[in-house]
Design a protein around this ligand. Structure first.
Ligand SMILES: Nc1nc2c(ncn2[C@@H]2O[C@H](COP(=O)(O)OP(=O)(O)OP(=O)(O)O)[C@@H](O)[C@H]2O)c(=O)[nH]1
Ligand SMILES: [Mg+2]
Length: 305
């Protein structure tokens, strides 16, 4: 199991040097504030947050040296707090089934994440069902089916080029008939700039809502962390079309731009619920702002070395 410390190693390496100089400087004149700002931006921390951080650290330089690290940690931590759930994600006890629509661009990690969510539900003692509405590519359904078999979970998939909305409807029908607690609906991810995808997602939502009013109860976007800020721009487009209720950051383990996570809550106002820290079914971690910030800043000795 990959840990937060491992997963954030690449981003941490980017900012460690600058942080170390900021924490160890004796006088304000010794501190490379500009370098700090540049480094934060390179790690895809949003501009507004980086600017505020540097200004506050400059201000705090008048105070005790020991407080700088805590102050930085607090600012970063607070900026993640907006709309964030308190504590690890727990599946709601109502309604049954809970319907989760998983969306995102090509290759962002939707299918893998859908499988990880099914595994998470299984571990919580629930019965998940996976719906494969990616009928655009034959391999899309096969990949989800492979995961379903591996996890011992039931799945419903459509024939290649079948209507995605009809498959979603059938999957929810099956989830009700088989008394599933959670239905996870994986979707196709062609380019977000192409209108057909947004139209298709809207049709999928309408079909789910037709079968159970109120469904889907959650619409989660899977963002590829290696894309950094670019993933945020994509999320905005989805948010306008399908009203996202949460974000999952996939591939955090391969990213050196994890600072973009700060922008999700700030700019989209949706909570980050999970992070993918690896490729296995177990590698989905409930998003923990404290662990995230601590892993980003590193332990004291790691940064000041
Ligand atoms: N290291 C790592 N790899 C991941 C993670 N999540 C997904 N991947 C990998 O990313 C690649 C793409 O994942 P998919 O789940 O197929 O992405 P998708 O969004 O379903 O792709 P399309 O259906 O083609 O749009 C696969 O090789 C996954 O194993 C993660 O958290 N960490
Ligand atoms: Mg897929």
């Amino acid at each position: 199991m990959v840990t937060w410390i491992d997963a954030l190693a690449r981003t941490r390496r980017q900012i460690a040097g600058a942080l170390s100089r900021v924490f160890s400087g004796r006088a304000k004149e010794d501190v490379p504030f500009e370098e700090l700002e540049e480094t934060l931006l390179r790690a895809d921390v949003p501009v507004s947050l980086a600017t505020r951080l540097v200004a506050q650290i400059e201000e705090a330089y008048k105070g005790l040296r020991v407080s700088r690290r805590d102050m930085l940690r607090k600012i970063l931590r607070d900026s993640l707090a907006r709309g964030a759930p308190t504590g690890p994600f727990a599946w709601p006890s109502q309604p049954r089934p809970v319907v989760v629509l998983v969306v995102g661009v090509n290759g962002s990690g939707k299918t893998t994440t859908s499988a990880k969510l099914a595994h998470h539900a299984l571990r919580a003692g629930l019965k998940p069902l996976l719906g494969a509405t990616d009928t655009f590519r034959a391999a899309g359904a096969d990949q989800l089916k492979w995961w379903a078999d591996k996890l011992g979970v039931e799945s419903v998939a459509g024939a290649p080029h079948a209507d995605a909305a009809a498959v979603a409807y059938d999957a929810l029908d099956a989830a009700v008939a088989r008394k599933a607690d959670v239905l996870i609906v994986d979707t196709a991810g062609r380019m977000h700039t192409r209108q057909p995808l947004m139209k298709e997602l809207q049709k999928v939502r309408t079909a789910l809502n037709k079968r159970i009013p109120g469904a889907p109860h959650e619409t989660w976007i899977v963002l590829d962390a290696t894309l950094g800020q670019n993933a945020l721009a994509q999320a905005r487009v989805f948010h306008e079309s399908v009203a996202l209720t949460g974000a999952i950051v996939a591939k955090l383990d391969g990213s050196s731009k994890a600072g973009f996570v700060f922008g999700i809550a700030q700019e989209l106002g949706i909570p980050v619920l999970f992070a993918g820290l690896g490729e296995s079914a177990e590698s989905l971690a409930s998003f923990d702002p404290d662990e995230f910030v601590d892993a980003l800043m590193g332990a004291e000795q790691q940064v000041t070395l």
